[in-house]
Design a binder for this molecule. Structure first.
Ligand SMILES: [Mn+2]
Length: 383
């Protein structure tokens, strides 16, 4: 667990081995800063050690001094290699996933996590007691409505905290604008299924180059993921147009945001109540689930839509019955067709802005609801 940032609004901890070596600029800077300090210190020793050795013992030979210097050089080389390897791991999440499998105990229905997903499974946020904390539903590139809603709640970036329930991007008019606005406001976020596709496409491009992605109908090789992607799918344009800050922001949205002091948790799709360790949750399911079937396995489909006799239930029904801690409220998005859902310990905040309905925000502490009207675009609610 690494304490990543502290601000006047509270602090965030990341609780995921995968993330300890991932791509935050700040972390990289700290690491590079540390390396510079370390190398400086070692060079200082390289100078000081031979000098002091010579002073202490006047019969110290040049050979001894040379040997001491050589040892110090080797130390520098070893230190440098360590840092470089860490940086390489940070750029290659394939190594991360395999390296961390031992610490995660996925459910039997779990899908392969894409080696290009650069995913943080869990962040823990502790807001200062006086901060107002809002969860906002799926924005899908609707920057105007996002700004309208911020005005309605009289959002003050230095005092208030904004949490986005995922799917910041795709379908709407200004996906990059939403990422940049969120970043500017230091908004917290969780990863939605569409954010994930954008991040994976860009992760692949970062590793193999833009030319590797020109064959539009070819499936991107990621293993047995829950939602295979064609290179030329509709998320590619957003993935290509992101700058480094956009990518770092979007990729930094964790799968689960836990806020223990407010007894609240935020995810995009839902949570399996039978999994007691949050980081064991199947990422694809957390981002995509709407229903749970008779085997208690999450599904992105509302199964009764296909088969009226299907014995599935809304994931929240199962969660409300089986939640390990009934005092914790799970805020989620992703289910525009069900719309705003005010359950006892599950609150759905996707009220279908992209489909021309409303964009919603809820104050986590008071459960006050704020909404604005949306222009919207055509599309299928279930994607
Ligand atoms: Mn979604």
């Amino acid at each position: 667990m690494a304490n990543l940032s502290q601000s006047s609004l509270g602090d965030i901890q990341e609780k995921d081995v995968e993330q300890q070596v991932t791509s935050s600029h700040r972390k990289r800077n700290i690491m590079i800063g540390g390396l510079v300090l370390l190398v400086s210190a070692v060079i200082a020793i390289a100078i000081a050690v031979p000098v002091s050795l010579a002073r202490k013992n006047s019969i110290e030979t040049n050979a001894n001094i040379a040997a001491a210097t050589e040892r110090v050089k080797q130390q520098i080389a070893v230190t440098t290699v360590d840092i470089v390897q860490q940086e390489e791991i940070a750029l290659n999440s394939a190594s991360l996933v395999s390296a961390d499998q031992h610490s995660i105990h996925p459910p039997k229905y779990a899908h392969v996590v894409s080696p290009y997903s650069n995913l943080t499974r869990l962040k823990i946020y502790k807001p200062v007691p006086e901060a107002r904390v809002f969860v906002m539903g799926d924005i899908h590139g609707c920057l105007k409505e996002m700004n309208d809603l911020l005005k309605v709640i009289q959002f003050q970036p230095n005092k208030d905290v904004l949490i986005l329930a995922g799917d910041l991007v795709f379908r709407g008019p200004d996906s990059l604008g939403v990422i940049r606005r969120a970043n500017e406001l230091n908004a917290l976020c969780v990863r939605g299924n569409h954010d994930d596709k954008v991040v994976r496409l860009r992760g692949y491009q970062n590793k193999f180059g833009i030319k590797s992605m020109s064959e539009t109908e070819e499936i991107m090789p990621e293993g047995d993921v829950g939602d295979p992607l064609k290179f030329g799918n509709k998320h590619l344009e957003i993935a290509r147009n992101m700058n480094v800050d956009d990518y770092n922001y979007l990729a930094g949205c964790p799968l689960i945001l836990d806020i223990p002091t407010l007894e609240a948790r935020v995810v995009h799709g839902g949570l399996d109540p039978h999994i007691s360790t949050l980081t064991d949750n199947d990422p694809w399911s957390v981002m995509n689930m709407r229903d749970v079937d008779e085997e208690h396995e999450p599904s992105k489909l509302k199964l009764t839509k296909i088969d009226p006799d299907a014995s599935n239930v809304h994931w929240t029904t199962e969660y409300q019955e089986n939640a390990p801690n009934k005092n914790i409220t799970v805020f989620y998005g992703h289910d525009a067709s069900r719309g705003l859902q005010l359950g006892t310990n599950t609150i759905g905040v996707d009220s279908g802005c992209i489909y021309g309905r409303k964009l919603s925000a809820i104050n986590i502490k008071t459960h006050e609801l704020f909404q604005v009207d949306c222009v919207g675009e055509q599309g299928d609610d279930d994607e």
